[in-house]
Design a protein around this ligand. Structure first.
Ligand SMILES: [Mn+2]
Length: 337
């Protein structure tokens, strides 16, 4: 009889990354390492932008799926993990406007913006892990502020089943997670559009929406006015996501210093990504998702990333979190050969 060998490896403790919570001083240490991709993980357990509290567990589920360990196993370095504080108070309706929780989301957005800008300034790729999509208001503000000071421009590529381009005038739900794309373009509640003191954060002409299949009628009007390039799920069926991704890279233009990738997991088909707040049938499949993200990785332009709307309360055995980590690895340049 063969002796049994334990398959449990002793815990390795080779990581030098630091953990901190928001509000601490973000030293502008230079983390650039030649030939190595360095990342900052920013966990944002924000649920105030939507109607499903489960998204606040997204960062925890990503940790269960060993996001930091798997990024490091791929050869990248996680230099810092930051946890953003989200107000614990119950979400309240702001009677001053048609939108919910704007004061709280503004506060969180300021902290996210500061963390993202600090991560970019230190030469790392900020990966903001949600949490609902309203966190992109902060991450895009931080990204925009970073490039603005360098007098550079950036492009925005947004994967989503929805438009997220409602305003307080058009919203049916009052949920801010249906508005962050509009806020980035300078449309919406001024407390959000004026973060970091300027607006818009990115022009429509350097913005692309991929995977849309569930747009509210007013969102179509806003998209048409804004100059955003949209590739709907029909375009993807017709052209293929590889071609669409190439076209998206062309649409953001060549005069950019970087791309901010805002990836809503609900763009994926709910059959393989059930753990999202607002599933919509007919989404991206597994292979085309990885193809798109590996093409973006090859462009070497993606400098900041949001990964949002993971809702463990709707997930099955953490499958969607596991997929989300795999997708991140593709964005960070995982190759087959
Ligand atoms: Mn979204």
């Amino acid at each position: 009889m063969k002796s049994q060998q334990s398959s449990i490896e002793p815990p390795t403790n080779t990581s030098s990354r630091t953990q901190e919570t928001s509000g601490e001083n973000l030293a502008d240490t230079e983390y650039t390492q030649p030939g190595k991709t360095t990342v900052t993980l920013i966990y944002v357990p924000l649920h105030l932008g939507g109607s499903h509290r489960g998204v606040s567990m997204g960062p925890a589920a990503m940790r269960v799926a060993e996001v930091a360990e798997r990024i490091e196993a791929q050869g990248c370095t996680v230099v810092r993990e930051i946890e953003i504080n989200v107000p614990a108070s119950v979400c309240w309706w702001d009677k001053q406007s048609a939108t919910r929780c704007v004061p709280e989301i503004t506060q969180v957005s300021q902290e996210v913006a500061q963390a993202v800008e600090g991560a970019l300034a230190s030469g790392t790729i900020p990966i903001t892990i949600g949490g609902d999509h309203s966190l992109a208001i902060g991450s895009i503000a931080g990204t925009a502020n970073y490039y603005r000071q360098l007098k550079q421009t950036f492009g925005l590529i947004w994967f989503d089943a929805h438009g997220d381009i409602n305003t307080p005038d058009t919203t049916q739900s009052g949920n801010v997670h249906g508005m962050p794309f509009a806020v980035a373009l300078g449309k919406g509640d001024q407390r959000l559009t004026q973060l970091c003191g300027f607006s818009p954060k990115v022009p429509g002409g350097k913005s692309v929406l991929i995977g849309a299949r569930d747009l509210d009628p007013p969102e179509r009007d806003i998209i048409n006015e804004s100059g955003v390039t949209v590739f709907t799920i029909r375009d993807i069926d017709h052209l293929g996501l590889g071609r669409v991704t190439d076209l998206a890279l062309g649409a953001v233009g060549s005069e950019i210093a970087g791309i901010h990738l805002s990836f809503d997991l609900d763009v994926i088909d709910p059959d393989i990504a059930p753990g999202v707040s607002t599933p919509a049938r007919g989404g991206l499949n597994y292979r085309e998702s990885h193809l798109a993200l590996s093409l973006l990785a090859e462009s070497r332009l993606v400098r900041s990333i949001d990964l949002v709307e993971l809702n463990p309360a709707f997930d099955i055995q953490n499958r969607t979190a596991d997929l989300a980590v795999e997708l991140l690895l593709s964005i960070l340049g995982k190759t087959i050969l």
